[in-house]
Design a protein. Structure first.
Length: 316
């Protein structure tokens, strides 16, 4: 970061459901935010602006700053990645020209697998750990619709502890209408979020249902816990720093979700969009197979997602 750790310029890759929301919240506060988008999305934003419908307050950025890949800009102090995992390689290519020696890359992708690829491309020092908890989508007009009370973004040094640049980010991102915080143990936070999203996306897509009917069904909670236990067992074998009672805590969280709450993966399936099966459930299954571990329910979930993908491709 330039200026002795002072944050100046933020690039948000995309202006979709997640990047559009957090980017808009930062811009609303006065942070210098630019959205790296495709030409079609830029035209839409130029005509309509970036609109956010949120339970935490609506936003309308009439003329958000935008660039398309290849345009001269940057380098940026922070690049926020909120893309889906299956777009990771395209995202790396898109941001490469805007990464300077002091640029900090902050990925909010689900899972863990993307970290190794980002380290390989940009080096460990330039990549922070990060995650978000939010329920959000784009409507037909391209507006961001955010419906959950939780709208949290977390970041930190992969090695743990505090740093000058994390403190600079913390200060720059404070005072927004989103919950944005620094973590001294981001690895733990990311693995435990990975466990929750793997379980939530897995059980809601398998049952093709929001959380409420799954909880009320005869074996819904039993199967949800089994899926969480299988996933947690693989993570522990991999040395992930998850809490001993993490499954109990996450089942409590599952019980507190709204009746109509759905994982974003299920919302994507309902729209006929790609899913992150390989990056989430598939990654754990590959590791389990290497470790000689049995994960039958995880494989049922994954197979269901792969059947969806095959049917989606056939429909094209």
């Amino acid at each position: 970061m330039r200026g002795g750790g002072v944050l100046a310029k933020v690039l948000v890759l995309g202006a979709g459901a997640v990047g559009g929301y957090f980017g808009a919240r930062l811009a609303e506060k006065g942070v210098d935010v630019t959205f790296l988008v495709r030409e079609r999305r830029r035209k839409q934003l130029q005509e309509r602006g970036l609109r956010v419908q949120s339970v935490h307050g609506d936003i309308h950025l009439e003329q958000p700053g935008t660039i398309v890949s290849g345009e001269s800009a940057g380098p940026f102090d922070v690049i926020l990645l909120s893309n889906k995992a299956y777009h990771l390689e395209d995202s790396i290519e898109a941001i490469a020209a805007y990464v300077g020696e002091q640029t900090v890359i902050l990925p909010l992708l689900n899972g863990i697998a993307h970290m190794e690829r980002l380290w390989e491309k940009f080096g460990r020092h330039q990549v922070l750990g990060g995650l978000c908890f939010i329920e959000t989508t784009l409507n037909e007009e391209g507006d961001v619709v955010q419906t959950s009370q939780t709208n949290e973004m977390v970041f930190g040094e992969w090695a743990g502890g505090e740093s000058e640049r994390v403190e600079a980010l913390k200060q720059a991102f404070s005072g927004t209408k989103a919950s944005i915080r620094a973590s001294a143990d981001i690895q733990r936070d990311m693995w435990q979020k990975y466990l929750f999203i793997t379980t939530l996306s897995g059980i809601t897509t398998l049952m093709n249902s929001s959380v409420g009917p799954i909880r009320d069904a005869v074996y819904g909670l039993e199967l949800t816990r089994q899926l969480a236990e299988e996933s947690a067992a693989v993570m522990r074998k991999l040395g992930a720093p998850i809490d001993p009672d993490v499954v109990d805590k996450q089942m409590d969280t599952f019980m507190k979700q709204g009746y109509r709450m759905k994982a974003s993966m299920l919302r994507d399936m309902e729209k006929g969009l790609p899913v992150e099966a390989d990056h989430l459930q598939g990654y754990l299954i590959r590791k389990a197979d290497q470790l000689g571990m049995s994960v039958p329910l995880l494989k049922v979930v994954y197979n269901n997602l792969k059947v969806y993908e095959l049917k989606r491709e056939a429909a094209k």
